[in-house]
Design a protein around this ligand. Structure first.
Ligand code: NAP
Length: 456
């Protein structure tokens, strides 16, 4: 029987070993999800919503345990892990309050006696999730989708099996009926078979573009709905009239949050030439101020990367960019100590054609790209296959609003702040960052049959 190992990336130690589910067990779980859906989808939305504050309480009661589990499995700083659990509890309470109204029938005036749109659950949804926010990524899909009356199967990333099982446990403890949310401990090679199963109606993936292409191809072949939340190479534009301290503070926070492993982290800092040096100095000062080390240490802001191979891949991207002519301003060397650590790094003089421009850098590496004016900066910002988030810093809010609204070719755009996800606001990308939305009113409707009913 195959096993799955959780390895602490800060030490290299094996934390736990789990048996993978066999094909037979997976088939049973998919079938029981179908049966559970039949019951769950006929409960009232008020009853389903009542579960969410209970889930919030379970998360809060177990916050320390869940946070330590995430930190041990994927290396994020413990303070950030606790904040992640709190954010999940916030999303529970938000959807408990607003979800029922988001799914209320929508009356449309026509010449018929009555016409309305109802938001009915789709069925069993498979969620394929990444390790970077082991609780948040799963729950930001699961909370609204379960509330809408769907059942869910989770295939979590192979390096966070403990978190995957803890999520199932939390939902059970909150009172979710058996079978409505189940974790499948399977490798990515078994995902296709699950999507093809008759009982599965849709699939959502948060992950890399390669996984997105594979999953979308299978979903397309079966004509099943898919939502993809993929990678990003978000621009962080700093204009000449920006408050540079504020921009540097936000830039450092965005680039180092989750040890740089966030899809919406600022990755390409596009800075107007005349202020570039000043901004770079301020950014370097703030990056250096954040301590790297044992992620369980309360004072650490830069933990370990999630796996040693991902750290090596990041370093390779840095080295190739330097070979292409980028300048190493800060960091850039693998520390001579155990664990998958990588220091805060700044590359200046980054240009198109270098990995630091063309590819997603999933770690604490800031690429600085200089632009001579706003027009050029915006051209560079959109010159990427990705389109997830984008931020602009300017002393003129109107100017920022115009840029965010009319010029950024991205799904989540911020002015004078770094890009964040928020249960109240839709989240998702365009271009190769994927399609579909999570969160807000759009997220909860994503896995529903938007059903038209006309009564003559
Ligand atoms: P990944 O390799 O794509 O893994 C994500 C999930 O997909 C895992 O559960 C993985 O399973 C599974 N998977 C991988 N290849 C697959 C395939 N061919 N078929 C089916 N499933 C497959 O991504 P990652 O490197 O762990 O995560 C980082 C990526 O996720 C980055 O690109 C990041 O930007 C993106 N991300 C996007 C968002 C967003 O909201 N847009 C949020 C966070 C992260 P195994 O672990 O078993 O391989």
């Amino acid at each position: 029987m195959s096993v799955m190992q959780a390895i602490n990336p800060a030490t290299g130690d094996v934390i736990a070993t789990y048996q993978q589910h066999t094909a037979g067990e997976v088939a049973q779980k998919v079938a029981s999800a179908g049966k559970a859906f039949a019951g769950w989808s006929t409960t009232s939305i008020e009853d389903r919503a009542a579960l969410l504050p209970r889930l919030a309480s379970v998360l809060e009661a177990n916050k320390e345990r869940y946070a330590r589990l995430m930190t041990a499995e994927m290396g994020k700083p413990i303070k950030e892990a606790r904040a992640e659990v709190e954010k999940c509890a916030w999303a529970c309470r938000y959807y408990a309050e607003h979800g029922p109204a988001y799914l209320a029938d929508d009356i449309v005036k026509t010449e018929a006696h009555k016409a309305f749109v109802a938001f009915r659950p789709l069925g069993v949804v498979l969620a394929v999730m990444p390790w970077n926010f082991p609780f948040w990524q799963v729950l930001r899909f699961a909370i609204p989708s379960l509330l809408a009356g769907n059942a869910a199967l989770l295939k979590h990333a192979s390096n966070v099996p403990g978190s995957a099982l803890a999520l199932e446990e939390a939902l059970r403890e909150a009172g979710l009926p058996d079978g409505v949310f189940q974790t499948l401990l399977i490798p990515s090679g078994m995902v296709e078979g699950v999507i093809r199963h008759d009982a599965v109606r849709a699939v959502t993936l948060t992950g890399s573009n390669a996984a997105g292409r594979a999953i979308a191809a299978t979903a397309g072949a079966c004509l099943k709905k898919s939502v993809l939340e993929l990678g990003g190479s978000d621009p962080f534009v700093v204009l000449e009239d920006a408050d540079l301290d504020k921009a540097a503070e936000a830039g450092a926070a965005s680039r180092l949050f989750n040890t740089g492993q966030a899809c919406i982290a600022a990755k390409r800092f596009i800075v107007i030439d005349s202020i570039a040096k000043k901004f770079e100095d301020k950014l370097a000062e703030r990056l250096l101020a954040r301590k790297m080390g044992d992620p369980m240490d309360e004072s650490v802001a830069l933990g370990a990367l999630a796996r040693a191979d991902l750290r090596d891949e990041l370093h390779d991207q840095v080295e190739r960019s330097l070979k292409e002519g980028a300048r190493n301003i800060l960091g850039g060397a693998i520390p001579n100590e155990p664990g998958a650590f990588y220091p805060a790094t700044i590359l200046d003089g980054v240009e198109k054609g270098m990995p630091a421009f063309d590819e997603e850098l999933f770690g604490p590496v800031a690429s600085i790209i200089r632009a001579s004016n706003e027009e050029q900066a915006l051209k560079i910002a959109n010159d990427t296959p990705y389109g997830l988030g984008a931020a602009v810093f300017t002393g003129d809010r109107k100017r920022g609003e115009r840029i965010a609204r009319d010029h950024f070719d991205a799904g989540v755009c911020f002015v004078n702040d770094f890009v964040k996800s928020d249960p109240r606001l839709p989240f998702g990308g365009v271009k190769e960052s994927g399609y579909g939305r999570e969160l807000g009113i759009f997220g909860i409707r994503e896995f529903t049959n938007i059903k038209t009913v006309v009564v003559a």
